[in-house]
Write a new protein. Structure first.
Length: 110
């Protein structure tokens, strides 16, 4: 059953606004993109900085004044952005349909 059919079958209380499908899509995007990216970035930073001391990286010495906490923060934010981009690409590919007649399409074989 589609989301629009489900929301149409639920009776609305008097005076309550109808559900906004655009808002639902945004919330789903946040749940399916931002949260996995956050978890992936946290694990990657934990693994990376358990092997490499951030003070040994020359970029940290030059720009962050030998501050480990700043290196952890910048590293986490960089990985979070990278993971968000990859999760967003995966989410987009998952919600788009393959045209009929193409490999992976929903055409039945005879």
């Amino acid at each position: 059953m589609s989301e629009s059919k489900v929301s149409a079958d639920i009776p609305l209380a008097s005076g309550s606004p109808a559900p906004d499908p655009g808002r639902n899509l945004f919330v789903r995007c946040l749940m399916q993109v931002v949260w996995p990216a956050f978890v992936g970035a946290a694990m990657t930073v934990g693994l990376l900085f358990s092997v490499i001391d951030p003070i040994q990286i020359e970029w940290v010495n030059v720009h962050l004044a030998d501050n480990r906490a700043a290196a952890y923060t910048v590293g986490f934010l960089v990985f979070w952005v990278l993971f968000s981009i990859t999760c967003c690409m995966t989410w987009y590919l998952a919600i788009t349909e393959t045209p009929k007649g193409r490999p992976g399409g929903s055409q039945t074989r005879r």
